[in-house]
Design a protein around this ligand. Structure first.
Ligand code: NAD
Length: 324
């Protein structure tokens, strides 16, 4: 039995005895050979020496691949950010939460993460529309934990209106919270990541970072902007073992979306179920919401050693929306 370098048991391959396996790629690129990392380490050492590339980092099957890491997730008192924070904590990372909400609810969220996952949790109330509190939040995380490994830029708001009537203050707020905040956090976090020669930056963009919809001028502009910022960050930080990727969800069932359902039902004069299927999920071919757990699991993967070569991407999680 041998495991291809992966955390996933599904990729275990039966093999009569430990031996190097030439992957399909060899047929096309005969000078490149790949080897399996064997569960039997003595055998794997001998076989790795026999191939002409350096043995890759050996990834372990572990339930907590992020043990010892420190993550900061903006906008994590609710919805997707909270889902990602919980997934990172379940994978072993200490977490810094951020966002608005009632102090008793936030305290309860913190306590629940501590008791469920046994990791340290801190909270910052920094307003993501303002540069100075953002710098203060990153400084606090570095002071408390001495490091920041994983930064998830997730805080975001929405406003829907025709362009000519789009309120200027809404445009400014959306650009500040959905785009500029990621510039400020990344700018403040990079020096420490560079010193540690490790960093994972995950920007929660949207399908609207890849395609547009009417009446969402500020949101679409900000989300396209964050996809661009993701690429620049990836290019500038790549040699320091820092990756930066954008996640582009279609509709995800969160309080933000739930708040829209009844309003849309009233304004269209149709039942909730029809709003979900024919309005919200009209562009989403699989006709289901993505879940915060799916986005959490993807974030854990992007933060893991297995994703070391994935950088500068914009990953759709949209049930096929942007395949149109
Ligand atoms: P949500 O409203 O449930 O959560 C938003 C979070 O951001 C909350 O914790 C809130 O307190 C925080 N926040 C808002 N303004 C803030 C500010 N000024 N400073 C600090 N925190 C602030 O929303 P959600 O649906 O979980 O969305 C999270 C992210 O995912 C957003 O960037 C959104 O654009 C993106 N997204 C959501 C969907 C979806 O269908 N829900 C789809 C694609 C992308």
């Amino acid at each position: 039995m041998c495991a291809i370098a992966s955390d996933y048991p599904a990729l275990l391959i039966a093999s009569p005895k430990p031996r190097a396996i030439d992957c399909l790629a060899n047929r096309h690129f005969p000078s490149i050979q790949w080897s399996c990392n064997f569960a039997t380490t003595t055998a794997h050492r001998t076989e790795d020496q026999a191939v002409n590339i350096q043995a890759p980092l050996q990834l372990q099957l572990t339930a907590r691949p992020l043990d010892g890491r420190v993550s900061l997730i903006t906008g994590s008192t609710s919805g997707i950010g909270l889902g990602i924070a919980r997934a990172l904590a379940a994978a072993g990372s200490a977490v810094v939460l951020n966002g608005f909400g009632k102090s008793e609810d936030i305290a309860e969220t913190q306590a629940r993460i501590v008791s469920e996952f046994g990791v340290q949790v801190r909270y910052s109330s920094a307003d993501m529309s303002k540069a100075a509190p953002i710098a203060g939040m990153i400084a606090m995380a570095l002071e408390v934990f001495g490091r920041l490994d994983i930064l998830v830029n997730n805080a975001g708001i929405q406003h829907v209106a025709p362009l000519e009537q789009f309120p200027i203050e809404k445009w400014d707020a959306i650009l500040a919270i959905n785009l500029s905040s990621a510039f400020h956090t990344t700018r403040a976090a990079l020096p420490s990541m560079r010193r540690n020669k490790f960093g994972r930056i995950i920007n929660v963009a949207s399908a609207h970072g890849l395609v547009a919809s009417p009446f969402k001028a500020a949101y679409v502009a900000a989300k396209h902007g964050i996809v661009g910022l993701t690429k620049v960050t990836a290019l500038e930080a790549a040699e320091a073992n820092i990756t930066c990727n954008a996640i582009c969800p279609g509709y995800v069932y969160t309080p933000l979306v739930e708040a829209q359902i009844d309003g849309q039902a009233q304004s269209h004069g149709i039942p909730r179920e029809q709003v979900i299927r024919d309005v919200l999920l009209a562009q989403q071919p699989n006709k289901r919401f993505a879940t915060v757990e799916e986005l959490g699991t993807l974030s854990v993967f992007l933060a893991s050693d297995a994703a070391a070569s994935i950088t500068g991407t914009a990953l759709p999680v949209d049930g096929g929306w942007t395949a149109h």
